[in-house]
Design a protein around this ligand. Structure first.
Ligand SMILES: Cc1ncc(COP(=O)(O)O)c(C=O)c1O
Length: 385
């Protein structure tokens, strides 16, 4: 197959390869983790132990909240939060451009997701559409900080949710360390949910975390994550819980990555600053910017193509001719286009359809070299112009 560039120039096969993402564990960190895993293997204290507790305490402190509850995924942390507030037979407002799990958790908790359009400025939920979808049956709204961007409209949303007496929940799976006006992601809502899936800004191998300032939600979450038991040592099952526990080896990995998180975020911010400078001159795309008083962890570096093009062909061209692999979109298709959620669609969601089709996620990861980012910029200049 012959692929041509926007300018029609012939290109050599790529000598440099830039991956979409990389997961970084420094050699000394791997050794630290291995030592502690040896320890828990020797003691047999493999779940709900001291490392899980330490991870929870340090994560809560990092987010600026009072409680954190470690679980085995970001999907279960969302479902647990929803169960603690009670959404059975109720509606939950969910952005349509988020991951499957955000809406799926609502269904698993017995609620009905109501899909809401997106705000192109932040890729977050669109406040104008929220008002239209609110009914007397609405129990909650979930906001997702897509790509790590906390929308500047979040404080208004907080106020709106309080006025309407509905719970604001944050799906902060993308947003470890992101903030707006000094408030960290996870600390805006009645509870926040994080994921430690391997490709996230920090990982625990797998895992999730619930953060909250509400002691009742924290207590309930601990009950739900351990088979609905009243406590670890008591076999009275008081809630319809599940095995949502985090193991000690996962907590050990998470603890080390949490310690590295500020440095890993700075690495990403350095690359993002280079992209922002160098891509300014490109006519074919616009970068998505972070609010003035916001801090972004750059889980994704988002750009929007000014005109709709065949993204698949563009990605193939970048990979095959320039060795540049783009990361997965957020999201390739909005949820209302996913077969399992079609039944929850109530009207058009045009912004999400347009922006989901037109955006790209450039390679960005901790440990990325500036030369790699410059190579990405050069490839984009030739292909998109
Ligand atoms: C926005 C969003 N919500 C929820 C999840 C679910 O997290 P996990 O994969 O840890 O279950 C993910 C990630 O995968 C996500 O990106």
């Amino acid at each position: 197959m012959s692929l041509s560039t926007a300018s029609g120039a012939t290109v050599q096969s790529p000598t440099r390869k830039v991956p979409a993402a990389k997961i970084q564990f420094l050699p000394e960190d791997r050794a630290w983790i291995a030592d502690r895993i040896q320890e828990v293997l020797a003691t047999g204290q493999l779940t709900l132990g001291k490392y899980g507790t330490e991870f929870e305490q340090k994560f809560a402190q990092f987010c600026g909240v009072q409680h954190a509850i470690a679980v085995n995924s970001g999907t279960s942390s969302l479902e647990i939060i929803l169960r603690t507030i009670g959404v059975e037979e109720k509606d939950v407002l969910v952005p349509t451009n988020t991951f499957f799990a955000t809406a799926a958790a609502v269904v698993h908790a017995g609620g009905r997701p109501v899909l809401v359009d997106m705000d192109p400025e932040s890729f977050g939920i669109r406040p104008e559409d929220l008002e239209k979808k609110l009914t007397s049956n609405t129990a909650a709204v979930i906001v997702a900080h897509i790509g790590g961007i906390v929308s500047r409209r979040l404080p208004d949303l907080q106020e709106w949710a309080a006025q309407k007496r509905i719970s604001l929940i944050e799906d902060a799976a993308h947003a470890h360390g992101s903030s707006y006006k000094g408030v960290r992601a996870g600390a805006f809502g009645i509870a926040g949910s994080f994921s430690f899936y391997p490709t996230k800004v920090m990982t625990a191998g797998e895992g999730g975390m619930i953060v909250t300032n509400d002691a009742r939600i924290a207590d309930e979450a601990r009950i739900y994550r351990d088979q609905g038991k009243a406590s670890f040592t008591v076999n009275a099952h008081v809630r319809m819980g599940y095995n949502w526990r985090m193991s000690e080896p996962h907590a050990i990995i998470g603890l080390k990555h949490l310690e590295r998180l500020p440095a890993m975020i700075s690495d990403r911010q350095r690359i993002a600053a280079l992209y922002a400078r160098e891509l300014l001159a490109l006519k074919g795309l616009t970068t998505v910017t972070v609010p003035t008083e916001g801090v972004c962890n750059y889980y994704k570096y988002l750009v929007v193509l000014n005109e709709r093009q065949d993204r698949k062909t563009l990605k193939t061209l970048l990979r095959e001719q320039y060795g540049v692999s783009l990361a997965g979109e957020v999201y390739e298709e909005p949820l209302h286009k996913q077969p399992v959620f079609v039944k929850y669609v109530s009207g058009p969601l045009p912004m999400a359809e347009d922006y989901c089709a037109r955006h790209l996620c450039l390679p960005i990861f901790s440990g990325m070299e500036e030369a790699e980012a410059r190579h990405v910029v050069e490839a984009l200049k030739t292909v998109i112009g």
